[in-house]
Design a protein around this ligand. Structure first.
Ligand SMILES: [Zn+2]
Length: 282
């Protein structure tokens, strides 16, 4: 059974709980921006999904308003990643019949989190699964499968949209594949799922928690374990302060946005990310 086929069986199983709880066309809510962009591609021409959090908000920094809680209750399908990425949603969605957590499907290509020195942490899950293009395609088919069951009238269109998404994304991935290996530092370990497609090698992170500043000990470790004497590329979702930048010289900073807040299309967002990482030249 192919990975995608296995995923669709799992989705169909979860759907037995979610899909028949509503007969009316209602709202599809996606938790964070990358999921919303995938949902938008899958539902094009049929419906308009709703994004729960502001586009720039990642699963690491969730602040829910009372209206968000209401939206989650009133929608007929909520798709979210799960506790490992969006912990504050767990209490609300864990037992909510209209919600599917992608991490619960025990599918997708999964990678472990790594500590700041690059060592894999046993039994951990790197939650940034959408950055792996084949996971993004799996997510598109998962959404299409649920929506097709909920609204059989549009079933073929949902599945066709997922197929178009898959073809377009694979085309972009082939175009962006890089032969040239590049070593990088990350502010927090968020780009593991892009390493294979883009030939990147992780040389350590500044901090394990994106909300916490790097420790002095870790800055010393990074300096002592520089992968080479040239400027090391630092991929980061926020600009480190200038004192920190000075400590890590020579270093080039590349701002990366894991949730693709500036994009209105997932595939363009993925391509923009790939091209930004491609600018890291050593
Ligand atoms: Zn992250």
């Amino acid at each position: 059974m192919s990975a995608l086929h296995r995923l669709l069986v799992l989705v169909a199983f979860s759907c037995a709980i979610v899909c028949f709880s509503s007969a009316q066309a209602g709202t599809l809510v996606a938790s964070t921006h990358p999921l919303y962009l995938i949902a938008k591609a899958v539902t094009a021409g049929i419906e308009q999904p709703v994004l729960l959090l502001p586009p720039a908000s990642s699963g690491h920094d969730i602040n829910l308003r009372p209206s968000d809680r209401l939206l989650l209750k009133q929608s007929d399908f909520v798709i979210w990643f799960g506790r490992d990425y969006e912990a504050p949603l767990y209490d609300l969605l864990e037992n909510q019949r209209n919600a599917i957590a992608l991490f619960d499907l025990k599918a997708f290509h999964r990678l472990p989190l790594r500590d700041v020195k690059g060592r894999a942490i046993p039994q951990s899950l790197d939650p940034h699964i959408w950055l792996d293009p084949y996971n993004a395609i799996g997510i598109a088919y998962a959404i299409a499968t649920v929506r097709a069951k909920q609204f059989p009238r549009y079933a073929s269109q949902y599945m066709q949209n997922a197929k178009n998404f898959s073809v377009r994304l694979q085309h972009v991935v082939r175009a962006e594949q890089s032969q040239k290996p590049r070593t990088y530092w990350a502010y927090h370990d968020a780009y593991h799922y892009l390493e294979k497609s883009l030939n990147l090698q992780f040389a350590g992170a500044l901090t394990a928690d994106p909300d916490l500043p790097p420790s002095m000990g870790q800055l010393i470790w990074l300096k002592q374990h520089r992968p080479h004497a040239n400027a090391v590329c630092l991929f980061a979702e926020r600009q480190p302060n200038s004192a920190l930048m000075r400590k890590l010289q020579p270093m080039d900073y590349y701002p990366i946005d894991e949730v693709m807040a500036a994009s209105t299309d997932f595939i363009q967002g993925w391509q923009a990310l790939a091209q930004r990482l491609e600018q890291c030249v050593q």
